[in-house]
Design a protein around this ligand. Sequence first.
Ligand code: PXP
Length: 255
Amino acid sequence: MSKLAPPPALRLGVNIDHVATIRNARGGAHPDPVRAVLLAIASGADGITAHLREDRRHIRDDDMTRLKAAIGATPLNFEMAATEQMLDIALKIKPHAACLVPEKRTERTTEGGLDVLGGHNHLVPFASELGRAGIRVSLFIEPALEAVEAARTIGAPVVELHAGAWCEAVIGGNLTRAAHELERIRLAARRARELGIECHAGHGLTYDTARVIAAIPEIVELNIGHFLVGEAVFVGLEQVVRTMRAAMDEGRAAA
Ligand code: PXP
């Protein structure tokens, strides 16, 4: 009797941006995102994500430098807009991965995926320069088949599917919308695998949604930030990372 191969492991990338948000609220040095990084790694994070925004509203340039120095062999995923300034910084920091994201000054958080269809020509040189420097390029895209296909023509080895619309539908109790959005994620993840693109997901995930999305076998990494930092206020970062890890493992076991 033939046995199905188990799904690949599911990595947890902890996004520590909002530790910096809290620090910046008072303008001092506490809480230090680098301390959060070390604790997250000790508690089961497989990688660390940080987004250096143009307005430096949370992570700052020296955070990225300190983070890279402190993180050791753990992969650092540098979220960045496709701008010359960010490219220069990424080439200096040399993170394991760079996730290209859209950025608008007025948004509270990354509201949607990259315009990989309309912005194709703009993105190609960024993806190739980062790739040439040995940085694994990921594109943060909407969970849509045409976006995955466009990502391939841009030459990115990785896509991260924006899970925000699905998570919002779940939190809002809109079951029909949630089912539709989850199906879009499933189909996009499947298409990514068919095209040989590694598939990640992120934005808005909680224990409950991480458990569900973990069952999609083509997704091999989840990047989670706001919920983890928010929950850490109540139970501490170590506990939160451990509980998230357990939720993901539980969901994966159902794949
Ligand atoms: N992935 C990407 C590309 C993001 O831009 C963000 C938000 O910065 C996240 C994951 C994490 O989202 P959240 O903070 O909602 O967990």
